[in-house]
Design a protein around this ligand. Structure first.
Ligand code: NAI
Length: 341
């Protein structure tokens, strides 16, 4: 019975179950693949995507344990049809016809590690997965979560360029967790509901490259220098806070799955044609001289439709920007030369 859920089914199967292929309200749903679906992020992410009414088909791919995760998730009485795929030989089937690919595959940090320490293992994983995306679903939107995001997005771009499929609008590094943390920590200081707070976070996704633009917070608020110091430090080191609390058992998984779904949902609503969707993501961007920069982006049917300017920065933010750019430039170069060397 597990095999029935697990084995890739023919496209005809899906058509016979047409009601499952429609999102609520009769609109066509989207086909989404999660690569690394059996991991700490992958499992809760798969569960939350199964609950998303915009998803009609959910493909779960990993190199281990997908049969169990797929059987488990497939019992949820929501609309999306779930299929599992195990190991490299099933990767192509996992990706064929997919609209959105979410990638949380790779090793996470342990205490004392930086995200860059993950480079050696995760760079190769991202390369392999992106080569398959270029072959099997070159038009899909890609949400890349695997760290170090500052380098894995340039790696993905290089792989797609080599394959002749690169479209900068469709490759997005997921920095939503930085925004989610910023909203939470700022709401605590303001004593308001985090759902009413919006902090743009730009730059990159590691330490000092994470630049919360507190001067542009909504609702508008003027923080004291002490508050700015505290908030910036906590937002930049939020990931390390979790790594240390988990004491060797990994990094953020549940809040990350929440953030990934919040971001994927924005991408799917944009694909559906909803207007006015603006999110921060690590993308090809012209707001600085660097080729990639986490920026405020307007999302649409083609992915990133427009990069919004940084907006006015105060002295503290300008200083942070200069430091961030230095580190980011090195991380981008490291990613690019991994593929070109
Ligand atoms: P995990 O180790 O719990 O799960 C990773 C999964 O990837 C495992 O199931 C593993 O089997 C799978 N995997 C390994 N090689 C693969 C391959 N070639 N193809 C497909 N799947 C493969 O790790 P966790 O906690 O889920 O983290 C995953 C990644 O996400 C890490 O690189 C971590 O640093 C990153 N991360 C990113 C964040 C962000 O804000 N962008 C936040 C938190 C974590």
């Amino acid at each position: 019975r597990i095999a029935r859920h697990f084995l890739p089914q023919a496209e005809g199967d899906v058509c016979l179950r047409r009601s499952h292929c429609r999102a609520k309200g009769g609109a066509p749903g989207f086909k989404v693949a999660i690569l690394g679906a059996a991991g700490g992020i992958g499992q809760p992410l798969a569960m939350l995507m199964k609950m998303n009414p915009l998803v009609s088909v959910l493909h779960l791919y990993d190199v281990v344990n997908t049969p169990g995760v797929t059987a488990d998730i497939s019992h949820m009485d929501t609309g999306a049809v779930v299929r599992g795929f195990l190991g490299q030989q099933q990767l192509a089937d996992a990706l064929t016809g997919v609209d959105l690919v979410i990638i949380p595959a790779g090793v996470p940090r342990k205490p004392g590690m930086t995200r860059d320490d993950l480079f050696n293992i995760n760079a190769g994983i991202v390369k392999t997965l992106c080569e398959a995306i270029a072959k099997c679903c070159p038009k899909a939107i890609v949400n890349l979560i695997s760290n170090p995001v500052n380098s894995t997005v340039p790696i993905a771009a290089e792989v797609f360029k080599r394959a002749g499929t690169y479209d900068p609008k469709r490759l997005l590094g997921v920095t939503m967790l930085d925004v989610v943390r910023a909203n939470t920590f700022v709401a605590e200081v303001l004593g308001v509901d985090p759902r009413d707070v919006d902090v743009p976070v730009v730059g990159g996704h590691a330490g000092i490259t994470i630049l919360p633009l507190l001067s542009q917070v909504k609702p508008p608020f003027s923080f004291t220098p002490k508050e700015i110091e505290y908030l910036s430090d906590r937002i930049q080191n939020g990931g390390t806070e979790v790594v240390e609390a988990k004491a060797g058992a990994g990094s953020a998984t549940l809040s990350m799955a929440y953030a990934a779904v919040k971001f994927a949902d924005a991408c799917l609503r944009a694909l559906r044609g909803d207007a006015g969707i603006i999110e921060c993501a690590y993308v090809a961007s012209q707001v600085t001289e660097l080729p990639f920069f986490a920026s405020k982006a307007r999302l649409g049917r083609g992915g990133v439709e427009e990069i919004l300017p940084l907006g006015p920065l105060n002295d503290y933010e300008r200083e942070g920007l200069e430091k961030a750019k230095k580190e980011l430039a090195a991380s981008i170069e490291k990613g690019i030369s991994f593929i070109r060397k």
